[in-house]
Design a protein around this ligand. Sequence first.
Ligand code: SF4
Length: 207
Amino acid sequence: MAKHQSPVQPTAGPPFAAAVKADPARFLAKAFADPLSGAFSERFAIHAGRAGEPVSGPEAARAHLERLASPGGSCAFYVHLPFCRGRCLFCGFAGRSPDGGAGAAYCEAAASEIEFMAGAVGQRGPVRAVYFGGGTPSSMAPADLARLLSAVRSCLPLANDCEITLEGAVHDFTPDAASAFLDAGFNRFSIGIQRPSTPPCGGAWAA
Ligand code: SF4
């Protein structure tokens, strides 16, 4: 384990806002420290549920199907793809590389689940937005994403003008990959950028 990687500690006890109030210095980066190894003395999770009771698989599936089967108006559909090419130092999300068939197997399983639950969707719809998020879905093979999106499009009542988003990293959107994503049916890309430029190696940021 590299020295900047310490186990993630759930923030048990007081809620996050109270924890910040009790010890604000714990949540601020140390000035003048190496940002990769010394900015914080520990890693901690702030996301809801990290210190809570997990929901059982069958219970979650039952609640999901009941919600889908209930009558309702327009809705949105989110597909989670927990795959990334690298691992950001601050990230506490579950994730892994899509290589070695892992991404393809996940997309196939997710497509099968969508096809299974399509019959339970009942009167819901139309679906006005579909979002493939993660993770870094753009790091996955376009053919695998196309297979999954095909299941979404054939099984769910998408609106004619449905917004279909692929979340990703800018370096994944090569001309070939971007064309393949568009051909698959995505009509919106959501790209996260931390800085619009990179400083020279060992250099400083320009003002
Ligand atoms: S890209 Fe996002 S999900 Fe992937 S490791 Fe970085 S912060 Fe975590």
